[in-house]
Design a protein around this ligand. Structure first.
Ligand SMILES: *Cc1c(COP(=O)(O)O)cnc(C)c1O
Length: 438
């Protein structure tokens, strides 16, 4: 077996990733080249051990420092039923952002008191559904929703959190920033007082606390510390004015993950340490009781556990300009590069240890010039038929998939101890035409 010291990119792959005697990439004890043969490409492979240990790590690192923590998986990062079932088994709560996600959770008998519902433009139907199911919290986002919810709730009592926009820049991609003043998410500062007045006065709303979520793919501690400061100072103001203490503080998700060898985010233990220290010291200073803490990781639970396998087809060399290596997937199954300029890395699954010979651009098969998976990546000489394994494909790839060019969305397998379990089959022509009315 070959280790990380020989192949630096192996650290970006799931924790069970190794290289076998055939020089093939192995995940969860399964030879990835054999998986590509058996299930076809593109194929999304998730390491179940990695997924479960990430859930356990979040729980352990926060709870040992702050026992009253609830870890809540943000379903939108990867929403397959098998994933939500795993989350249920691991004892995490669930964040949903739509009636669809709520419906999937319900279809798995996910305990509804462990489900929370943020989102910036929930429909009346979605709010009704949330109330009927008796979910843990509706995370109220704006004045309009607050009015709607009071109306729809009627005589029923609804547990809510108020999502306040703290006006903080998390220094991530513009499309991944949610906590700045200029954001569509959360109550803006000028509406906080009125939101609190209205919510506390509503007999059918049970205000449990405050919520913020400052963005995604964050590498810095400081934005969290600042946001906690802003929120708890405001909690102290609420206490003074209304003699009401918040019982819950949700700090959202957004914890960055390692997509490249060079850029290493803080480990989960460090996030936990800094966040918990900030909350406890701030509460002491402001004479607030410690609230229940909710953390909502999505990406950090699933990103590294997922690997996408593609087959190499056309190779086009434009001398002096660029070499394109085209694979049988692309923006239809992973739009992160075109959408966010996101960077991922890859290995040749059938010749992992092969020496790199130069830079190429990995392109997809879709009819868009922007259909790029990885720009300018150093690779060995590639040839048609090679299997490319793209690391860090577990989060925000599958849920953003499309049927552009009438492509079939790929199959997904969970691997563990040498066994592969199909959790979503590849689409067929029948799937593509099923909804059309002729
Ligand atoms: C998307 C989202 C998260 C999860 O973000 P990650 O970057 O995937 O950790 C958590 N909370 C809310 C409210 C979100 O919208």
């Amino acid at each position: 077996m070959t280790g990380e010291q020989d192949i630096p990119r192996l650290v970006l792959f799931p924790q069970t990733a190794e290289v076998n005697q055939k020089d093939h990439l192995v995940i969860g004890g399964c030879d990835s080249v054999a998986l590509a043969e058996e299930f076809g490409t593109p194929l999304y492979v998730f390491d179940e051990v990695d997924l479960r240990s990430r859930c356990a790590e979040f729980k352990a690192e926060f709870k040992q420092r702050y026992p009253d923590t609830t870890v809540c998986y943000s379903a939108k990062a990867f929403t397959a039923r098998a994933m939500l079932q795993l989350v249920k088994e691991e004892g995490l709560d669930l964040d949903v952002v739509s009636g669809g996600e709520l419906g999937i959770a319900r279809s798995l008998d996910f305990p509804m008191e462990r489900v929370h519902f943020p989102g910036n433009n929930k429909s009346a139907e979605e709010l009704e559904m949330a109330i009927q199911y008796g979910i843990g919290h509706v995370v109220v986002d704006n004045p309009h929703e607050l009015d709607m919810l009071r109306e729809i709730a009627g005589k029923r009592k609804v547990n809510i959190l108020l999502r306040l926009s703290p006006g903080i820049d998390a220094h991530t991609h513009q499309y991944n920033t949610t906590g700045t003043v200029d954001s569509k998410f959360g109550f803006t500062r000028s509406t906080w007082d009125e939101a609190v007045n209205t919510a506390l006065a509503a007999p059918n709303l049970n205000v449990n606390g405050l919520h913020f979520h400052i963005g995604s793919g964050i590498f810095e501690m400081e934005p969290y510390e600042k946001a906690i400061e802003v929120m708890l100072e405001y909690a102290a103001t609420i206490k003074q004015r209304h003699n009401f203490e918040i019982r819950v503080l949700s700090i959202g998700g957004g914890f960055g993950v390692q997509y490249t060898v060079e850029e290493v985010p803080p480990p989960i233990a460090t996030w936990a340490e800094v966040i918990v220290n900030k909350i406890t010291s701030q509460c002491r200073e402001l004479k607030l009781s410690l609230p229940r803490l909710i953390v909502e990781p999505g990406r950090a639970i699933v990103a590294r556990a997922g690997v996408a396998l593609y087959r190499v087809g056309v190779i086009k060399d434009i001398p002096g300009i660029r070499g394109y290596v085209c694979v049988d997937g692309g923006m239809g199954d992973n739009i992160r590069q075109p959408m966010y300029g996101a960077r991922q890395e890859a290995l040749v699954a059938n010749r992992v240890a092969a020496r790199e010979t130069g830079k190429v651009t990995i392109a997809g098969k879709y009819c868009e010039s922007g259909d790029i998976l990885i720009r300018d990546i150093s690779m060995p000489e590639l040839k048609a038929g090679d299997i490319l394994a793209v690391a860090g494909s577990g989060a925000y790839c599958i849920p953003l998939q499309s049927n552009y060019n009438a492509s079939f969305r790929p199959a997904i397998v969970f691997v563990r101890e040498g066994k592969a379990r199909l959790i979503r089959r590849r689409e067929t022509l029948e799937d593509l035409t099923r909804h059309d009315v002729v």
